[in-house]
Design a protein around this ligand. Structure first.
Ligand SMILES: NC(=O)c1ccc[n+]([C@@H]2O[C@H](COP(=O)([O-])OP(=O)(O)OC[C@H]3O[C@@H](n4cnc5c(N)ncnc54)[C@H](O)[C@@H]3O)[C@@H](O)[C@H]2O)c1
Length: 157
């Protein structure tokens, strides 16, 4: 199974490495070229307990890229910062990530939105282009929320 994880931050990177350590072929995508270069030079962009060991277990099946390609599963873990004044989440990162996978979506693909998005806004987080593509491919969207269950490598325990 090929999995594409968008956003290689504190949620996306450990999640991507966990999938790879358990046998999936994983492409991690980040818009920050420095993050992509760092990982492809076998370095970690940040420290977290257990992450280095996990990376060593995963590295044969993990590659970092600046752009997504085809995959069976896409997991979006990009930021959704809260505007402190208005208390509204900025969903522009999610929209850009959804747009970037739209050309690669095919029938049977699964798209998981890991970013924190208000439930009623999830279906509006994709652009008309990606929704049209999803609809053409017979893809349905379902949102499952299971918040606060893990942070990175803790999910292995
Ligand atoms: N589901 C959970 O349990 C859980 C827990 C904590 C946080 N979150 C949510 O996960 C999301 C990510 O949090 P984080 O702490 O990992 O953020 P982070 O800032 O550590 O990492 C986000 C990464 O996404 C990259 N990025 C931005 N736009 C992108 C794009 N279009 N394509 C690819 N990469 C892109 C950034 O360069 C950055 O490296 C947030 O919405 C956060 O609220 C979820």
């Amino acid at each position: 199974m090929k999995i594409c994880v968008l956003g290689l931050g504190h949620i996306g990177l450990p999640t991507a490495l966990l999938f790879a350590a358990h046998g999936a072929d994983v492409v991690g995508v980040d818009v920050k070229q420095s993050v992509v270069d760092c990982l492809n030079h076998r370095n970690l962009p940040f420290r977290e307990p257990g992450l280095e060991d996990l990376y060593r277990e995963a590295e044969e099946r993990f590659a970092a890229r600046a752009r997504p390609g085809t995959a069976d599963v896409f997991l979006i873990a990009v930021p959704t910062p809260l505007d402190q004044a208005t208390k509204v989440s900025d969903l522009s990162y999610v929209k850009k990530a959804a747009d970037s996978i739209a050309p690669h979506l095919a029938r049977g693909n699964l798209v998981i939105l890991e970013s924190t998005v208000p439930p009623e806004r999830a279906s509006g987080s994709s652009s008309p282009g990606s929704r049209r593509k999803a609809s053409l491919s017979g893809i349905s969207s379902t949102l499952t929320v299971r918040s606060g269950r893990y942070r990175g490598g803790l999910s292995r325990r």
